[in-house]
Design a protein around this ligand. Structure first.
Ligand SMILES: [Zn+2]
Ligand SMILES: [Zn+2]
Length: 322
């Protein structure tokens, strides 16, 4: 599923790919070629016209099916964006099965390692987001114990502890202070009442980013491209508060978000903000979405040294704990 996660495909073609991949993997060597020759692919369980076509194309290309998928779904990058990607050492916003992600923490970590990362911050949702199976205090404590074990197994790679904490309507955070203080990195995001009036929304965000526990402001406008407009708030004020309180502004790399919009990035740069470039991955393949944010950071003139996940884990922790 990794490549399909990366491609973010959910339609007909994706299903055909998945079926084809599963069937191809389950057959003994040579059988696929034999069936392609005799035109009997469609006698296999679950293989219809589109899946058969995918398999035949892959065979004609004289390549393996997975290579083909790899090529077709790879996220492209500008040369300027590549410089940012090369500089990234970690990812500060991603989810696991503990909340609404599709993969285990270990699977996410192994993909992050394969992508060359030195660390990742696990930021599952907080309790208020029940639709995403958000973690309450008790489950978060269980998760922290789990991460401790995984860190022994995966060293020198490091899983930093964290949470994507909901910013409640009054700007309070959806987790107790002592737990917030315990976490390595805290991402705070608005997930509810996104259409709130400009003034209360500004107050709400100001309060959240001023919390000494908050390190990153997640997907600040909440937009879903083509589906949901940007939330309205006084960006100059909010980014000035981010700069003053050491809260980084996130480049959210999900293709449907691509937050913040370019005009707001210019304001955040002018305010003197730090940035993070995060996948907000909910599946292993989505960890490969950072190029979206790298391209946008490069295009908007962000200073690469102000991107906090280009720093080592120790430097990042020194900054978030300061
Ligand atoms: Zn979020
Ligand atoms: Zn998230």
């Amino acid at each position: 599923m990794h490549y399909l996660d990366r491609a973010h495909e959910t339609g007909f073609k994706a299903k055909a790919f998945v079926r084809a991949a599963e069937v191809v993997k389950s057959l003994p060597a040579g059988e696929i070629e034999e069936r392609a020759k005799n035109n009997t692919l469609k006698q296999l369980d679950g293989i219809g016209d589109s899946s058969a076509k995918v398999i035949l194309e892959a065979l004609r290309d004289d390549t393996t099916y997975l290579d083909k998928l790899d090529r077709e779904t790879k996220v492209s990058m500008t040369p300027e964006g590549q410089k940012f990607r090369d500089a990234l050492r970690g990812d500060c916003h991603l989810h696991s099965k503990w909340s609404d992600g599709g993969a285990t923490i270990e699977a996410m970590a192994n993909t992050a390692i394969a992508l060359g990362h030195e660390y990742m911050v696990l930021t599952d949702h907080s309790a208020r987001l029940t639709i995403a199976h958000g973690l309450d205090r008790k489950r978060l404590l269980d998760q922290l114990a789990d991460i401790e074990k995984l860190n022994k197994k995966l060293a020198p790679f490091r899983i930093l502890t964290g949470m994507e904490v909901d910013i409640l309507e009054d700007g309070a955070l959806d987790l107790e202070d002592d737990m917030l203080a315990r976490l390595d990195v805290v991402v705070a995001s608005v997930h509810s009442k996104l259409r709130m009036d400009r003034f209360p929304m500004t107050q709400r965000m100001l309060r959240a980013v001023a919390s000494p526990h908050v390190d990153i402001l997640g997907h600040c406008t909440g937009r879903m491209i083509g589906k949901r407009p940007e939330s309205e708030f006084d960006a100059d004020k909010v980014f000035a508060a981010c700069a003053a309180n050491g809260t980084a502004v996130e480049f959210n790399c999900r293709p449907e978000r691509l937050d913040p919009p370019e005009a707001l990035v210019a304001k955040a740069i002018a305010a003197g903000c730090y940035f993070s470039i995060d996948s907000d991955a909910h599946a292993t393949g989505q960890l490969e979405w950072q190029p979206h944010g790298c391209d946008r950071a490069a295009a908007t003139g962000v200073d690469i040294d102000r991107v906090i996940n280009t720093w080592s884990a120790d430097d990042l922790l020194a900054w978030t704990n300061a």
